[in-house]
Structure formats: C-alpha cells, structure tokens
Unconditional design. Structure first.
Length: 382
C-alpha cells in the first residue's frame, strides 16, 4: 500500500516536472540577458530616483556607482531620505548632479517606498524636467559603469516602457548560498522572463532593484499613485505599464546588490513580508502551495530513498527522473551564482524553508503583524 502510494506521488511529481521544463516558458534556462549598448544619435536625459530609509551603510556606494556611469546623455540623481535615523542623507555624499531631499511623513494609503518614489518623481520634475526616463533603483545596488547606457539603448531600440534587471544578489554567507540562487530560480518560475518580455502575453513583472521607466508611459498609466498601496510594488508597476507598452526583464552578472543576509532570520523576514500577499491572502491558495511544493520538491528525494528501502525499481526510476529534471533545471541559475552543479541536490531543502516562510507570512497576517519592513507595519495589498 505504501509503495503504491509513493509510486503515485512520484509519478505526479515527474509529470509536473516535465510540464515545468517543457511548457513553463523556458524559465529555467536563465537566458534573458542585457546586451552591450550600440550607438544612439541622441542619448536621452535620465534621472535616477533612490528611495532610502536607514541606508547609510550602502547609499554612498550606490550613488558613487551612478555618478561613475559611462553615459553620454544628461544624468541626474535624486535621493529621497525617507525619515532615516542613521545619517543616510550625509552618507549619500555630494555632487552637482546629486539632489538629496528629506521625505515628508508617510501619507495615508501609501506604502513607504512608493511614497518616497512619488516625492522623488516630483523633485525630478523640477531638477530634471528634461528627463525622458527615470531609473528607479534601491539604495543598496552597485551599478556597473555601463549599466545605464545598456538599459537606455535597449529601451530606445525596442521602444520599451520599462527595462528591468534582476541584479545579482549577494551570495556569500552559508544561508545566502543555500537560499539566494533558489530565490532567483523560484522568481523566474513564477514570472518566466521570456513570457514577461513577450508583448503578446499577459504576464508582467519587474525587479525593483533596477527599473528604467519611460516617464511618458508612467504618466499615461496614471503615475505611481496608481499602485500606491502595493507591497509588491515592482511587479505591480510592471503590470501597470504592460497595459500600454512592452516590458523587458532580464539578468545581469555585473550590477549587484550590496544587501547582506548573514542570518536565516534576515531572509525569512524578507520573504515573509510579502509571500502571503502574493497568494492574495487566500487560505486555499496557501494550502495548494504547500501541497504543490511538497509534491514537486520534497517527493522526488523522499521517494528515491523509499525506493531503495522497498527495492521498488519502478519507483526509483520515476522519482530519479523527477529528481534529475529538478537538478538539471536548477543548473543555469546555480552557474549564474558560481555554485557547483551538485548544489541542485539542496534545492528540496531550500524549497522546504521557503514553504515554511510562506506559512509564517500567513500566520503573521492572521496575527495582524504582516507587512512589517524598515520599522513600519502596513496593511497588505497584493
């Protein structure tokens, strides 16, 4: 009886893995890359807006990397100090191309980051009125010197309303090595980049660390105020803008995040902040997600072990095939992060931890503790 049950679960897992690898937009290939920039007759003016709340540790390096951009057009930077308590404004530095403004208190109905972005855009209309694009970037991103030029070139050549990069996240600590490549892999599975980049498909997403936005498209869509209550603001912006024009979302090895996650609790809090929001606060969706994660990621290794114990060769072949597809599909993302292929065997462990984080996110929501970030607590909107 146990053998038949486990064999059935293994078979379901294999069918799902075949479906994911063949029919899920080739998400696992990790093949959407920002190419080198060519020549433009006219490089448009760009303004960067950086919302920063208690980012003294990294904001200086972020600003310096932007000031060092190899960009032929006019480029200005606006930092919005979102009521920081750690000297963020001073740490941002000084330059004739840099404007630092102190953010006003959070307005009702707005999420903190988006309220800071709104104020930055208002300042941009004064200090960089000629800008055609705004680069929305986090205060912990180290931009490669050609990053802006390559983004603008792609946006101009392909008439994009948004060009976004999933920057290379820090992958140094033990927990980062286990969980960060898996995070990027799961994000690609949730939002297959090739589908996001296909104007004919409805899928839309963006990566909030680095988003080049055509200002005319943002105004036509109603402005940032249209998504002012969203916690998952980057994907909400992508969905808003794709209604009017094409998007592009891709990967990079050169522009990277400075944010360190040395402890499991730091990654846990980052995921738990929005995981249940992603499920629209649905208990049924949570149950389905947990069951799905168990069948997809946990069942193959468990059934492989059971097949050895029970000497069930068929179960071993089926579960081993599912495991092989899992490890193989994870390979391109592991290579992106410089991790060996055998780390694919650790994906089930990462999946279990992310499942527990999602359950924790739901529990926090039900306890009225959801959406806590940077010392603020928000009511949650997907």
């Amino acid at each position: 009886m146990i053998s038949e049950l486990l064999s059935g679960v293994a078979a379901i897992s294999l069918v799902i893995w075949i479906g994911l690898v063949v029919f899920r937009g080739g998400f696992w290939r990790a093949d959407q890359w920002l190419g080198e920039a060519g020549d433009l007759v006219d490089w448009p003016a760009v303004v960067a807006v950086i919302p920063a709340r208690n980012e003294a540790e990294t904001i200086g390096r972020t600003v310096d990397s932007l000031l060092a951009q190899d960009y032929a057009g006019d480029f200005k930077i606006i930092v919005v100090d979102d009521n920081s308590e750690d000297g963020t404004s001073a740490a941002a530095g000084q330059s004739e191309r840099l404007t630092v403004i102190t953010g006003s208190p959070l307005e009702p109905g707005w999420k903190g980051k988006l309220w800071a972005v709104q104020q930055g855009l208002a300042a941009a209309a004064v200090h960089a009125s000629e800008a055609r694009y705004v680069l929305l970037t986090d205060a912990d991103i180290d931009h490669h010197r050609t990053n802006l030029r390559e983004l603008v070139f792609k946006a101009e050549k392909e008439s994009l309303d948004l060009a976004s990069l999933m920057v290379r996240l820090r992958c140094v600590s033990v927990w980062e090595r286990l969980l960060i490549p898996a995070f990027v892999y799961f994000f690609q599975k949730l939002y297959p980049f090739a589908r996001v980049n296909d104007p004919a498909r409805p899928e839309a997403a963006a990566a909030g660390g680095c988003m080049l936005v055509r200002l005319s498209a943002l105004r036509a869509a109603g402005g940032i105020g249209e998504i002012r209550d969203r916690l998952i603001d980057d994907c909400a912006l992508g969905a808003l803008l794709k209604k009017g024009g094409p998007l592009w979302l891709g990967l990079t090895e050169q522009t990277h995040s400075l944010r360190a996650y040395d402890d499991l609790s730091e990654i846990w809090d980052m995921v738990a902040r929005t995981a249940f929001v992603q499920l629209n606060h649905s208990a049924l969706a949570l149950i389905g997600t947990v069951i799905g994660m168990v069948i997809i990621y946990v069942a193959p290794p468990v059934c492989m072990v059971a097949a050895l114990v029970l000497r069930d060769h068929l179960m071993g072949i089926v579960s081993g095939s599912a495991m092989a597809l899992m490890v193989t599909s994870y390979g391109p993302t592991l290579r992106l992060y410089g991790r060996p292929g055998w780390h694919g065997l650790r994906l089930p462990v990462a999946a279990v931890l992310y499942t527990l984080m999602t359950m924790s996110s739901a529990l926090r929501h039900w306890q009225g503790r959801g959406g806590v970030w940077k010392g603020r607590s928000y009511s949650e909107t997907p």
